[in-house]
Design a binder for this molecule. Structure first.
Ligand SMILES: [Mg+2]
Length: 300
């Protein structure tokens, strides 16, 4: 049985900006480009979210929703440096860290004698104390459930302040925890799959778990099998460290790779692993959203 922690820094770019300028605290503000240069919201404070402002929204639209919105220019090098400091703290706990974006990571703490929940509390406190950054955590026996637990914990704690959530799903409770959640809270269920499931009368993850797997496979192919397993809270994907990932990619011959490798994508290189700024000047495209369908299939 694994012990997995999923970590996600709360409104990360905004939190870094608040450290630089504490007067921003509690105010509606967005990090991103100016509306006149067709900038978009890269990150926004929780006070701004109350007005319906969210990542990837054109800044002009964000200002219409929240006329008092303050716009803070993006400073990628600062966020990258803060991210490195967070990852260094994670590595003091275990070398088994999988960074999936600038502000998100999985940790496998199976080898640690302490309970994963206790380690998560320590981690949350250390990141807050040493770096002044709020962070939310999900704890479970696998990556799938830890990530969803974090999403659920954050959603439950929504307010003007960062959620700093911590939600633990005890081993054995995975399926019960997932059952009442909407089907699109599951990894790999995007709007298209969600619509197809909806048409079948499948609304929750529990509905998927009760649906005959054979039928899911017939309708969704290999993905159907994955859906059935995930809906039951089963996921055996390991935490893959940066070192392991590099060694895997070095061993993989070029001919075995996709004809359009991810690294050729215009917006980001290896989008699933690491978000890179794809903008210059005052405009900025948002990082991949950390929507509920996030995970190794579409994280952040
Ligand atoms: Mg985050």
């Amino acid at each position: 049985m694994r012990k997995i922690i999923h970590l996600d820094l709360d409104a990360f770019f905004c939190a870094v900006e608040e450290l630089r300028d504490p007067t921003l605290r509690g105010k509606p503000f967005a990090v991103g480009g100016q509306p006149e240069s067709r900038g978009v919201v890269a990150s926004c404070s929780y006070a701004a979210r109350r007005f319906g402002v969210h990542s990837a929204l054109p800044m002009g639209q964000a200002l219409r929703l929240c006329p008092t919105l303050l716009i803070v220019p993006v400073r990628h090098s600062e966020y990258a440096a803060a991210s490195r400091r967070v990852m260094a703290i994670l590595h003091t706990l275990t070398p088994r860290v999988e960074q999936i974006s600038i502000d998100e990571a999985f940790l496998d703490v199976t080898d640690r004698p302490q309970a994963a929940a206790a380690l998560a509390v320590d981690l949350q406190q250390a990141i807050r104390r040493d770096l002044g950054l709020p962070v939310s955590l999900g704890v479970a026996a696998n990556k799938l459930v830890a990530k969803i637990a974090n999403n659920v914990g954050k959603a439950a704690a929504r307010g003007d302040a960062p959620p700093s959530a911590l939600l633990v799903v005890p081993p054995g409770d995975e399926a019960t925890f997932l059952a009442p959640l909407p089907a699109d809270a599951l990894w790999g269920v995007g709007p298209k799959t969600a619509a197809r499931l909806e048409a079948l009368g499948i609304h929750t993850i529990g509905d998927i778990a009760h649906w005959p797997e054979r039928d899911l496979v017939q309708r969704f192919g290999k993905h159907g099998q994955e859906l059935a397993r995930h809906a039951c809270g089963l996921d055996d994907r390991p935490v893959v460290t940066e070192h392991e990932r590099k060694s895997i990619s070095q061993r993989t011959p070029l001919c075995a790779m996709s004809p359009t490798p991810r690294c050729c994508a215009p917006r980001c290189s290896n989008r699933r692993r690491r978000w890179r700024p794809c903008c210059g000047g005052s405009t900025c495209s948002a990082p991949p959203s950390s929507s509920s369908s996030a995970g190794p299939t579409s994280p952040r």
